[in-house]
Design a protein around this ligand. Structure first.
Ligand SMILES: Nc1ncnc2c1ncn2[C@@H]1O[C@H](COP(=O)(O)OP(=O)(O)OP(=O)(O)O)[C@@H](O)[C@H]1O
Length: 481
């Protein structure tokens, strides 16, 4: 039987008994809407709402079949509507996008000419695009106008600054916004600033830009909010310095993923990974759609080349693909034309796909937070998901990091892994900075690879010789005047 058939029929996938599945579904639904436990701290905390308040934006949510408020939405709606600063940490897939979009729209109500009144910053273009689409769906039949500031419309808005007056909400990346600021954009009318994937925005590489943006938001009553599934204490400390008397809302237990069945799999060495993955397909253990994370672009392309001919409808996405191509791949995955999507960490944060059954960490993640965001591409909006993390001998000193998240999320972890030592702060820093060197992804023998390389070089040489001969003939031929 070929791999395609195996994936579709999924013959050996072990189903849990039906009652257990129903129970689990109910539990996940409850988790999404009640949050298990929600902790709110800060001065004069605000009571949560029980439902979305009536308005045009609620009608638009109804059309998307979003009827009940998720736990984070119950808190963020009154807090942001009352313009209190907010640090919000809630699990991946728990509806944080609507948690900030809805109260901002509810508060802005209708269009006012004069410049951006709300700013939403996210670390990647792909995520901005997704937030923009959600905002567009929410504002149907309302007069609030939303723009996604990107490479193509930035120039247009720069040439005709009056265009900016037409929009109430701007969604963009820090880099794009800083660029626009330096060419004259004013943010003095901004009443709301949302930092989505906030911990990323306060990391090296982004923090200076974030700072520049926040300094440009000079409205005396600007309300700042930070949202993420992970808020390390160092980031919280930094955030507290930019926020004004904020409320802090933590949904569930920090750094856990209750909706995801997580497993660690020892694979020996990097060279065994492809073979093991193929075995898992043959055993019916892989249920599409699947996202596979690798540590860099080269490995993403190499794995794609390996799986391309396996008839498993694989696709690849990373930062070197042009924007249009990335959009095309994401759409194909969303529409089911791609079943196995190979990705770098570019895709780890925020991207929302329906029906991703499994995440495979083909390469071990470089931090606990990267792990949480990666596996969070499955088990979203009250659905169950599965995550498998491959680890080799070289990763073993970091395995405890993932094991900790698994244990706190209620997953089974072998005793021997729990008894491993915790990596030191220095080791964690080192891993975050540079991933381990890995053996190249290929199942072809090195003899075959060398043979192919020699053949390619030979063809190149023949082509070069032919073009030189042609050139000489041209130079030698009499001029035609
Ligand atoms: N109240 C709700 N009820 C049901 N589904 C919802 C609700 N709110 C949002 N959703 C859906 O849940 C999915 C996940 O939402 P969203 O992308 O905002 O999650 P998130 O918390 O931002 O995740 P991440 O941390 O990965 O960015 C989306 O498809 C969204 O439409």
């Amino acid at each position: 039987m070929d791999a395609l058939k195996l994936l579709t029929t999924n013959v050996k996938f072990k189903h849990k008994p039906v009652e257990k599945e129903v129970e689990k579904k109910e539990e996940l639904r409850n988790e999404l809407y009640t949050g298990g436990k929600v902790k709110i701290t800060g001065s004069n905390p605000i009571d949560p709402v029980v439902e979305f308040p009536d308005c045009i934006f609620k009608e638009n949510l109804d059309k998307q079949h979003v009827d009940d408020c998720s736990a984070i939405q119950r808190y963020s709606i009154p807090i942001l509507s009352m313009k209190r600063d907010l640090l919000a940490c809630a699990p991946t897939g728990s509806g944080k996008t609507i948690a900030y979009l809805f109260p901002i729209l509810y508060s802005l109500q209708s269009h006012v000419e004069g410049g951006y009144r709300a700013l939403i910053i996210a670390p990647t273009k792909d995520l901005c695009e997704q937030i923009y689409k959600q905002a567009k769906r929410l504002t149907i039949n309302s007069s609030v106008h939303v723009t996604e500031l990107n490479k193509s419309n930035e120039k247009i808005q720069e040439k005709s600054p009056q265009l900016r007056e037409k929009y109430d909400i701007c969604i963009t990346t820090p880099m794009r916004l800083v660029h626009a600021l330096r060419s004259g954009l004013k943010l003095d009318k901004v009443e709301y600033v949302v930092m989505d994937e906030a911990d990323r925005l306060f990391e090296e590489g982004f923090v200076e830009q974030t700072d520049e943006i926040l300094s440009a938001c000079t409205h005396p009553k600007v309300c700042k909010s930070l949202f993420s599934a992970t808020l390390p204490s160092t980031v919280e400390e930094l955030a507290q310095t930019v926020a004004r008397d904020p409320l802090r809302v933590i949904v569930g237990t920090k750094d856990t993923s209750k909706s995801i069945d997580q497993k660690l799999l020892f694979v020996g060495s990097d060279t065994s990974k492809v073979v093991i993955f193929r075995q898992m397909i043959a055993n019916g253990e892989i249920k599409p759609r699947v996202v596979i994370f690798v540590q860099d672009i080269e490995r993403a392309n190499a794995l794609y080349t390996e799986l391309m001919f396996d008839e498993i409808h694989a696709g690849v996405i990373h930062g070197e693909l042009p924007e249009v191509k990335r959009e095309e791949v994401l759409n194909k995955f969303r529409h089911g034309d791609i079943w196995v999507l190979i990705a770098t960490d570019l895709l780890a944060r925020g991207i929302d796909f329906h029906g991703v059954k499994m995440v495979i960490n083909f390469d071990f993640p470089q931090s606990v937070h990267s792990y949480i965001h990666r596996i969070g591409r499955t088990g979203r909006a009250g659905h169950a998901g599965k995550a498998i993390t491959f680890f080799t001998k070289d990763d073993s000193e970091y395995v405890k990091l993932v094991a900790g998240v698994m244990k706190a999320s209620g997953c089974e972890v072998p005793e021997w892994i729990l008894s491993l030592p915790k990596p030191s702060k220095g080791m964690k820093k080192k891993l975050k900075k540079s991933p381990p060197k890995r053996k190249r992804i290929t199942t072809r023998a090195s003899y075959d690879r060398h043979k192919e390389l020699r053949k390619k070089e030979h063809i190149k040489k023949l082509k070069r010789d032919a073009s030189m001969t042609k050139q000489k003939e041209k130079e030698g031929s009499p001029k035609n005047d």
